[in-house]
Write a protein that binds this ligand. Structure first.
Ligand code: PMP
Length: 305
């Protein structure tokens, strides 16, 4: 294996990333018939890899795809990819580690079984592009396109079907290219963004939409646990735009963002508009402690000086 080039795990073996050749008839490409998950590193150490792999296998079961390798192997190969690729990153960086499994290559032969395509790859988190979010907060906008109802395609599975979330994002970016879309459901309740869960803080209670209606983020669960550990009341409940506009604080969570404060929702300033608010700040500090590094500082260190 080349020591100066990124490698990936592809269908049973490690190879240089540029030698990964996915078929033009792969069902992940032609139908989005695939699942994925994404872990990140902190200082090169993977974070909650086991939880991510567990969620990956639930997504696989939902789509009835057998990846042909067990979760322990999926974890082992993920670590191999990280251990090879992390030292190639510039100092101060960290990366995502993604597992992607599609149903495999579409076959025109009747009865032919397609073998799943299994890919594990890693790439750098865009710290510089996002650094200002930790200084200024995220502007969230709710697009007119509603989140797909759970009985159509469950949001609890992390599938390659992101078009609903992408349509929302496209709409929002039309008027504000730097805003982040969070979709409402058909009843007007907050759901989630293309890669993140949303939280509101009101009178000290840390609230987030119910797990049945969103991807149950690993970060979302971690934040609920941290909040409980700090004796903050938590709630998983329907939250609408009234709740959003009257919240004291709000933030997004995701594997790469961890906890990132929101400054406004649909232009309505959250709290006094200064970020992060006190509860968010407390949770961010607790998150850094858990991750073993000051992740906010890692982002801020990439601000242009
Ligand atoms: N919702 C969606 C649709 C996502 O893609 C993600 C990113 N995986 C999240 C929420 C946040 O989940 P996590 O904290 O596990 O990254």
């Amino acid at each position: 294996l080349p020591s100066q080039e990124n490698i990936a795990f592809f269908n049973g073996q490690l190879l240089p990333e540029r030698d990964v050749g996915i078929s033009i008839r792969d069902r992940g490409f032609i139908y989005g018939d695939a699942v994925f998950d994404a872990t990140r590193t902190f200082n090169g150490q993977t974070f909650k890899l086991r939880e991510h792999v567990e969620r990956l296998y639930n997504s696989l079961r939902y789509l009835r795809i057998d990846p042909g390798i067990d979760p322990a192997k999926m974890e082992r190969w993920s670590l191999e990819v990280v251990n090879h690729n992390y030292p190639l990153l510039p100092p101060g960086q960290d990366m995502w580690v993604m597992q992607r499994i599609s149903r495999g290559v579409e076959s025109s032969e009747p009865g032919a079984e397609s073998r799943p395509t299994v890919l594990i790859e890693s790439h750098a988190i865009p710290f510089a592009r996002r650094a200002s979010l930790y200084r200024d907060g995220i502007r969230v906008v709710t697009p007119s396109v509603p989140r797909i109802p759970p009985r159509f395609v469950s949001p609890r599975a992390k599938t390659h079907n992101y078009l609903n979330l992408i349509m929302g994002e496209l709409e929002v970016h039309e008027t504000d290219p730097d805003a982040w879309a969070v979709l409402l459901d058909e009843s007007g309740n907050l759901t989630e963004g293309k890669g993140s869960n949303i939280f509101l803080v009101k009178d000290g209670t840390v609230a987030t939409p119910q797990g049945r209606f969103v991807l149950e983020g690993i970060t979302r669960s971690a934040v609920l646990d941290l909040a409980s550990g700090l004796s903050l009341p938590v709630a998983e409940e329907d939250l609408d735009l009234f709740d959003a506009y009257t919240a004291d604080e709000a933030f997004l969570t995701s594997t790469s963002l961890c906890i990132c404060p929101i400054s406004s929702i649909n232009g309505a300033r959250i709290g006094d508009g200064k970020v992060p608010g006190p509860v968010t700040n407390q949770l961010m500090a607790a998150f850094s402690d858990m991750a073993g590094m000051d992740y906010v500082n890692q982002y801020l260190s990439h601000l242009p000086s």
